[in-house]
Design a protein around this ligand. Structure first.
Ligand SMILES: [Zn+2]
Length: 176
């Protein structure tokens, strides 16, 4: 019972292939009839074989049209690697300085003490800030604003590091 079924399937496939090939073969003659008429004079160009050998080299020359297009650096290039590392380091510095500040009994200004005192939550916020900064950089990169892309990291690094330095600079309140 199985073999006749297989034969039927194979037969159907052959029939489909046969139909598609015959259709494909039937179509070109109709088109070639129109195109063959103007192209007929071309074979007469076989007069100078030496020129034809040189000719193929020149048509390939227009390829250099692609290099003149403005060079776009890859997003994860060396500069961004360093800038993102700087942002992450600035955030880690901010994290450490804020915990130091809290240990000395000073209140956190920008976040609530309950968030800062929840160390895993605070650490994830610092990590999210780093990720968001990279995301903003990527949006600038994708939209062609490569200077803003760099400055996002530079400013973020500056603000985070400046805040951390400020945290360490805050004097510990001594009662009495
Ligand atoms: Zn860019």
């Amino acid at each position: 019972m199985r073999t006749p079924a297989r034969l039927a399937i194979v037969g159907a496939l052959f029939w489909l292939v046969g139909v598609s090939t015959t259709r494909a073969q039937q179509q070109p003659p109709a088109e070639s009839k129109d195109s063959s008429a103007p192209s007929a004079p071309q074979p007469a160009a076989g007069a100078a074989p030496a020129d034809q050998q040189n000719a193929p080299a020149t048509p390939q020359a227009p390829k250099p049209t692609t290099p003149p297009a403005p060079y776009v650096h890859s997003f994860w290039d060396r500069e961004n690697d360093w800038l993102f590392a700087g942002v992450a380091a600035g955030r880690a510095f901010d994290y450490a300085s804020t915990l130091n500040l809290r240990r000395r009994g000073i209140n956190e200004v920008f976040l609530t003490n309950s968030i800062v005192d929840n160390h895993p939550l605070f650490a994830s916020i610092e990590a999210a800030a780093t990720g968001a900064s990279i995301g903003v950089s990527y949006i600038f990169h994708a939209t062609g604003h490569h200077r803003l892309e760099r400055w996002t990291s530079i400013i973020h690094f500056g603000v985070a590091t400046g805040g951390a330095i400020r945290n360490y600079a805050l004097k510990t309140p001594h009662p009495g």
